[in-house]
Design a protein around this ligand. Structure first.
Ligand SMILES: COc1cc(COC(=O)c2cn[nH]c2)cc(-c2cccnc2)c1
Length: 256
């Protein structure tokens, strides 16, 4: 997978050199390229923003630098080889924004199937809308939110999305850390939260590990984990429990 990030703060993306994503880059699974948006400005101050039409607080990112950057990074008609022999594909543009579609595990799974992602993290109050409208004439554009809060810029959101997507790519996670059991991975109790986890020692500061986990009885352990996941989800995310159908639970109970 090729990932391009266009930003005025490339140093914000240095964490992509370490750990999981860093190793995926070393293995050639990920090809991450950072681009300084100011390289596509021509004035002495390398200006990328201006006051908003219609007034209001803050500044808006000018269209010209973004359009030039996107034309260079993802020229019209440019493609990369598809994954697993799929046909070559052009880029998909991702714009982190508080007003975007929620970035969920399902969206991460969808994007992990694409061979080329271009991220456009904005600063200030955002990017002139015409940049996104123009880009949408030649590539899919996803405006995505990582949560209901406002950041000073989209770079942190890019780090979140790249990590969530990269860990789904074959060869990135060792088989020990399989992404299969994720809370939100489909097929594992659908969208319930993870229950509590424990490791050695069995007794620590007078606190014991729940007996069932030491029993070796896989059926009881699975049921206990499901109950704890449901308990935790009811406590922290009643909205997810509401979406859960009781007969669904009975079926799963029968499976164990
Ligand atoms: C300060 O106002 C902002 C901040 C950001 C950075 O992203 C987030 O804050 C975010 C992302 N997921 N949750 C929060 C982006 C935009 C923006 C970008 C493009 C078009 N329109 C608006 C605006």
């Amino acid at each position: 997978m090729r990932i391009d990030v266009i930003t005025i703060f490339p140093e914000y993306l240095e964490p992509l050199d370490v750990s999981l994503v860093g190793k995926a880059r070393e293995k050639g699974i990920l090809d991450v390229r950072l681009h300084q948006l100011r390289d596509w400005t021509h004035d002495v101050h390398h200006t990328v923003d201006d006051t908003p039409y219609g007034g209001g607080p803050g500044m808006v990112m000018k269209p010209e630098p973004w359009a030039s950057a996107l034309d260079t990074v993802a020229p019209p008609g440019a493609t990369v080889p598809g994954t697993d022999g799929a046909p070559a594909e052009g880029p998909c543009l991702i714009v982190p924004t508080p007003s975007g579609r929620p970035f969920t595990q399902a969206v991460a799974v969808e994007l992990a199937a694409r061979p080329w992602l271009v991220f456009a993290p904005a600063r200030y109050e955002g990017i002139d809308r015409r940049v996104i409208d123009d880009a949408a004439t030649r590539m899919p554009v996803h405006e995505l939110s990582i949560g209901d809060y406002v950041l000073a810029g989209g770079e942190v959101a890019v780090l979140v999305m790249v990590e969530a997507i990269a860990r789904l790519l074959p060869g990135v996670l060792g088989n020990v850390e399989s992404a299969r059991d994720d809370s939100f991975a489909a097929g594992r109790m659908e969208k319930l939260l993870e229950g509590p986890v424990y490791t050695k020692p069995a007794r620590w500061r007078d606190r014991e590990v729940p007996e069932v986990l030491l029993s070796g009885h896989h059926g009881k352990i699975a049921r206990w984990r499901r109950d704890e996941a449901l308990r935790r989800t009811a406590a922290h995310r009643p909205d997810l429990v509401a979406a859960f159908r009781p007969e669904e639970l009975d079926r799963r109970d029968r499976e164990v």
